[in-house]
Design a protein around this ligand. Structure first.
Ligand code: NAP
Length: 305
């Protein structure tokens, strides 16, 4: 079967693109290697999506997934490892199959940035985590640390403070970049201790994490902070090595597109956090999905397909 649209990534951008593609009567193949939802699945609270005063990432994703017309959208739980051109179509290679489609929408989102310090790799899943909502309960009534100074780090610290006995928020600078209302909530929370101007030099313990080796960036003093868990929230980076020369990227690896979300190769579009842009929010991800799908549908129509 040849699909009109192949969409890689079923986060808010990819699922919205699938919704708009299907509502235009097009057949859609939607790839998702993990659970549909992407990053937003881990958000315990969403309070900034218009007309949805309060929801959570899981409910948001599940509602969007259920909104997809099942007769036109096929969801494949496989990881796309390579895209090639084949007879004027795009071919998506997974370990098991090769799928073909006329237009390609890349909505691959971002992956977690790692700190890259000794002990991090060997302690992954043994105290080192990238997801507070997934793993927080393992550290009930224990002391944990969160790394980073953005919205995710502060939200994670607030969430963990409901479960853990103490939460240390460790940030390399004195000022947090998180939104002020989150910072205010954090400062009011007695279970959260902010440790600014500090970097983690090593994660220590075997087989489980026992402590972080910290260095103050001003005084250069080092010390050990005993914790059972550390949650890294130091940002996200794009992931699209598999798309080769179908795309061009900016210096940070984000996919360059025009206002229609069209990428360097005709027939390829990018939507959501993987796209080069200034604002990465849930609202802009779903907006991108809309724009990319409608552009792809318009291009199919122009080509008489
Ligand atoms: P982010 O805003 O990029 O923040 C990453 C944090 O990690 C920054 O404080 C940064 O420090 C720090 N960092 C980066 N590399 C580091 C390193 N090598 N060592 C130590 N610290 C490092 O990432 P995010 O918090 O995951 O948020 C991503 C996007 O999602 C943002 O646009 C954010 O607004 C959005 N978001 C929104 C919500 C919401 O509810 N509205 C919730 C979560 C996320 P510096 O500050 O020094 O650069």
């Amino acid at each position: 079967m040849i699909y009109d649209l192949m969409i890689i990534g079923a986060g808010p951008a990819g699922m919205t693109a699938a919704l708009y593609g299907a509502r235009a009567g097009r057949s859609v193949l939607l790839f998702e290697a993990e659970a549909p939802g992407g990053q937003i699945l881990n958000s315990p609270k969403i309070e900034n999506y218009p007309a949805l005063p309060q929801t959570d990432g899981y409910t948001f994703s599940e509602n969007l997934r259920q909104q997809l017309p099942q007769d036109l959208v096929t969801v494949v739980s496989e990881k796309v490892t390579q895209i090639s051109r084949c007879n004027g179509l795009f071919c998506a290679h997974t370990g098991n199959e090769i799928y073909s489609g006329r237009k390609l929408i890349l909505a691959t989102g971002l992956k977690h940035r790692k700190l890259g310090v000794p002990g991090e790799e060997s302690l992954l899943g043994k105290g080192v985590s990238f997801c507070a909502t997934c793993d927080g309960m393992f550290f009930r009534k224990k002391e944990v640390a969160v790394l980073g100074g953005g919205n995710t780090a502060v939200q994670d610290a607030l969430y963990l403070a409901e479960i853990c006995s103490r939460v240390y928020l460790i940030h390399r600078r004195a000022e947090l970049r998180a939104e002020q209302w989150l910072v205010d909530r954090m400062r009011e929370n007695e279970k959260i201790t902010f440790i600014g101007e500090t970097v983690v030099e090593e994660m220590c313990g075997a087989p489980l994490l026992q402590a972080l080796k910290l260095q103050n960036t001003v005084t250069k003093e080092t010390r050990e902070l005993p914790v059972s868990g550390v949650f890294e929230a130091i940002g996200l980076v794009p992931q699209h090595e598999m798309f080769g020369d179908l795309i061009t990227t900016d210096k940070d690896g984000y996919i360059l597109t025009d206002e229609r979300c069209a990428a360097a190769t005709p027939g390829v579009y990018a939507a959501g956090d993987c796209r080069a842009k200034t604002v990465r929010q849930l609202t802009t991800a779903t907006a991108d999905g809309t724009v990319a799908a409608l552009a792809a549908v318009e291009d199919l129509r122009r080509e008489g397909l």
